[in-house]
Design a binder for this molecule. Structure first.
Ligand SMILES: CC(C)(COP(=O)(O)OP(=O)(O)OC[C@H]1O[C@@H](n2cnc3c(N)ncnc32)[C@H](O)[C@@H]1OP(=O)(O)O)[C@@H](O)C(=O)NCCC(=O)NCCS
Length: 211
């Protein structure tokens, strides 16, 4: 993205703060502003120097613009990315401490947070979050709108379907598949494939009994 581009961080919650902080630290943008549908947040600051604007005010912004949707929930993130596509291209944000292999493929609108690792030939689809300290090892394929939470670890050649949630500190052993819409609980260790749309947790991970 050209350095004269203003970044709009859509979503002024905690995850928005993480994105705005990474964007400021990267020095890749002319400036960073936030926006949110929640009127209670307008007029304040997401971080010092990052104002929160009403969605209606975004059309007054001038010069090259790009949008990053900073919403942790996968379905909402995807929906808002479609809603704001007319404002500018969907932009990825990469914290300067993220270790990203030159051969990795990063889709539009991804967040690569502080101290994460994206290893050689890994492939991330659009809107993927690789949160603080998470590891996506070599040859992994992560489909769009998936959230890899802080400290999660994917072994080599792991495949993850669309809109999955890999919880904080979980581990997926090399070569396995986590299905589309699946949830792997915090701290879980997946030693087998996790089917689409199922929630697994524990060590070793197994289908979760829901309350
Ligand atoms: C796995 C998870 C999705 C389950 O949520 P849930 O369906 O609301 O589950 P509940 O809280 O009703 O718990 C159901 C049972 O599973 C257990 N459980 C919940 N999460 C667990 C986990 N991560 N590992 C092991 N057991 C877990 C609960 O103790 C409970 O057991 P019980 O019935 O014997 O008391 C959730 O606990 C989780 O780990 N989410 C990931 C959160 C995360 O990392 N987010 C990233 C933020 S950046």
């Amino acid at each position: 993205m050209p350095a004269d581009t203003l970044l709009i961080v859509f979503g002024a919650g905690g995850h928005g703060r993480v994105v705005a902080d990474a964007a400021l630290a990267s020095g890749a943008w002319r400036g960073v502003v936030a926006a949110d549908r929640d009127a209670a947040l307008w007029g304040g600051e997401l971080l010092p120097g990052v104002p929160v604007l009403a969605p209606a005010a975004l059309t007054d912004l001038r010069g090259p613009l790009a949008v990053h949707v900073a919403i942790g929930d996968n379905a909402n993130r995807r929906g808002e990315a479609q809603a704001w596509a007319a404002l500018g291209p969907l932009a990825s944000v990469v914290h300067p401490s993220a270790a990203v292999a030159t051969s990795a493929e990063i889709g539009a609108g991804c967040l690569l947070a502080a101290n994460c690792v994206v290893a050689p030939l890994a492939r991330l689809g659009a809107g993927v979050i690789v949160n603080h300290g998470a590891i996506v090892d070599h040859d992994c394929g992560v489909d769009p709108w998936t959230h890899i939470a802080p400290g999660a670890r994917l072994g080599g050649a792991v495949r993850v379907g669309e809109s999955a949630l890999l919880g904080s500190g979980c581990t997926v052993l090399a070569g396995l598949r986590v299905g589309a819409g699946a949830v792997l609980g915090a701290g879980a260790v997946a030693t087998r494939d996790v089917p689409d749309a199922q929630c697994w947790a524990g060590v070793p991970a197994a289908p979760l009994r829901r309350r």
